[in-house]
Design a protein around this ligand. Structure first.
Ligand SMILES: C[S@@+](CC[C@H](N)C(=O)[O-])C[C@H]1O[C@@H](n2cnc3c(N)ncnc32)[C@H](O)[C@@H]1O
Length: 286
């Protein structure tokens, strides 16, 4: 793990290639991801004070997990507007809303940076989305223009620059997987430091310094869902790993990956860290 992945919050000429692809596998991966990271998203939203009757704009809805959780938090008198640049995935989000019987949410296809709304929102929320935008800080400033005075901004973004430092469990397969993840995200143009970069995004946009937490789901139990989840990440990453010449299908061997990770973690008796993420929130000055 000698490589240095440190970077400053930078801007790129264009948005990142969506590193994980746009397949039905990726839609299912997002749902599985939410089972692992969802608890910290819910905690973040509760801490901010998002509650009954609020109107919330949710950025980068994907398969709808954050919007569904918010719809419960704001209750039937509240309203959630979810936005995603990928119109197709919103079909899944809308169907899931219908299946859960929630009527207080709608999904709009489009680039969240350029949409306009006739009414302001009580909160703007986003999870794992700013990292794909060419200029996360500028995007954040645009997004919070939709807030009412006193409105809440709450974001959760991965922080990949710290990932190698934890070296957990510091075993050959895990170290190789982390290197591949970092390399593929870097090649795609995604911002590896979007998590810690949230601080700069908030203060540059004129918000009070955000309350922040750094978290990582970790585990070493025999039946932990993290092994399978890591393998699903690699199934989504494979096309770009190959395209950029970073790894071959044979090297990744995705079908056996979850079990190989599990064995390595159990033998090492050290918990395995899933990608770290940062949560940040603050409110617009009145
Ligand atoms: C990693 S997924 C996260 C989905 C969801 N927030 C979650 O945590 O389950 C990122 C999502 O952001 C969307 N996205 C990326 N750039 C966007 C933009 N400029 N405007 C709206 N959505 C965007 C992608 O299409 C993708 O569905």
């Amino acid at each position: 793990m000698a490589k240095d992945y440190a970077e400053h919050l930078h801007t790129s000429k264009s948005d990142a290639t969506y590193t994980l692809g746009r397949t039905s596998h990726e839609t299912n991966r997002l749902i599985e991801q939410s089972r692992i990271y969802g608890e910290s998203t819910r905690r973040l939203c509760k801490r901010t004070g998002i509650s009954n009757g609020m109107r919330v704009l949710e950025i980068g809805s994907g398969a709808g997990d954050v919007a569904l959780m918010l719809a419960e938090l704001v209750g039937p008198t509240g309203q959630i507007v979810g936005v995603d640049i990928n119109a197709e995935i919103l079909g899944t989000a809308r169907q899931r809303a219908i299946d859960t019987g929630l009527h207080n949410l709608e999904f709009i296809a489009g680039d969240a940076r350029s949409l306009t709304f006739s009414d302001k929102f009580d909160a703007v929320v986003g999870r794992f989305v700013l990292m794909y935008m060419a200029d996360p800080g500028k995007a954040f400033s645009q997004l919070i223009t939709h807030l009412k005075p006193g409105g809440i901004a709450a974001f959760q973004e991965p922080e990949y620059t710290l990932y190698p430092a934890f070296l957990h469990p510091d075993t050959p397969l895990m170290n190789q997987l982390i290197t591949w993840i970092l390399d593929v995200f870097k090649h795609s143009g995604a911002h590896l430091n979007a998590g810690i970069g949230l601080y700069q995004a908030f203060v540059d946009a004129g918000l009070p310094p955000p309350a922040m937490h750094l978290e990582s789901p970790i585990g070493a139990e025999k039946t932990w869902a993290g092994y399978r989840y890591m393998a699903t990440i690699f199934q989504s990453l494979l096309p770009l790993l190959e395209k950029y010449g970073l790894a071959t299908v044979e090297q990744v061997e995705v079908d056996t990956l979850a079990e190989r990770i599990r064995q390595e973690v159990l033998t090492s008796k050290r918990p395995f860290f899933l990608p770290l993420h940062v949560t940040a929130y603050s409110t617009l000055r009145i």
